[in-house]
Write a protein that binds this ligand. Structure first.
Ligand code: 5GP
Ligand code: ZN
Length: 133
C-alpha cells in the first residue's frame, strides 16, 4: 500500500467508495465523476502506477475481472455497449497514479464522442516501417 494513494486507501477500506464488487485481488467501484451511468473503475488492490509497471499475472487477473464486470453492467443497466479505457501518464489524462481500468457503459445515440483524424497513407507507411517490432 502506498501512502497518499487514494485508490490504495479505497482498496484497504480506509476511505469509502460505492463498491460493486470485491474479490481477492481487485475492487470495482463507481467513478465519482462518471462519463455515463454506471461508469465503473476496476482497481487492483496492489499498488502499481500503470500498465508498464504492473506484473503480467496481476494484469491477467484484472482484465478477466473487467470482462466479467462489463458483462454484468451491460445486462443490469441495459447498456448497448461499453468502452474500456486505461490511461497512462498525465499526457494521457491519468489523474490517479494507481492502475485502473474504466468501464463506461454506452447507449445507442448517447452524446459521448472520441473524434479521430484522417490518416495520411505515406506517413502511416513510414511510421509502421519505423516502429515495427
Ligand atoms: P484517470 O483520469 O486517472 O484515468 O481516472 C481517475 C478517475 O478516478 C476519474 O474518472 C475520477 O473521476 C475518479 N476518482 C477520483 N477520485 C475518486 C474517488 O475518491 N472515488 C472514486 N470512486 N473515483 C474517484
Ligand atoms: Zn495505490
Amino acid at each position: 500500500m502506498k501512502n497518499d494513494c487514494i485508490f490504495c486507501a479505497m482498496a484497504a477500506g480506509e476511505i469509502p467508495c460505492f463498491k460493486i464488487r470485491e474479490d481477492g485481488d481487485v475492487i470495482a467501484c463507481l467513478d465519482i465523476n462518471p462519463f455515463s451511468r454506471g461508469h465503473t473503475l476496476v482497481i487492483p488492490k496492489r499498488h502499481s502506477t500503470g500498465l508498464l509497471d504492473t506484473d503480467d499475472a496481476t494484469l491477467a487477473a484484472v482484465i478477466a475481472d473487467v470482462k466479467k464486470i462489463a458483462a454484468h453492467l451491460k445486462e443490469k443497466l441495459g447498456a448497448d455497449g461499453f468502452n474500456v479505457l486505461q490511461n497512462n501518464g498525465a499526457a494521457a489524462g491519468q489523474s490517479v497514479s494507481h492502475l485502473h481500468f474504466h468501464i463506461i457503459p454506452r447507449r445507442n445515440g448517447d452524446p459521448l464522442v472520441f473524434e479521430n483524424g484522417k490518416g495520411d497513407m505515406e506517413e502511416l507507411k513510414a511510421l509502421a516501417d519505423a516502429i515495427r517490432m
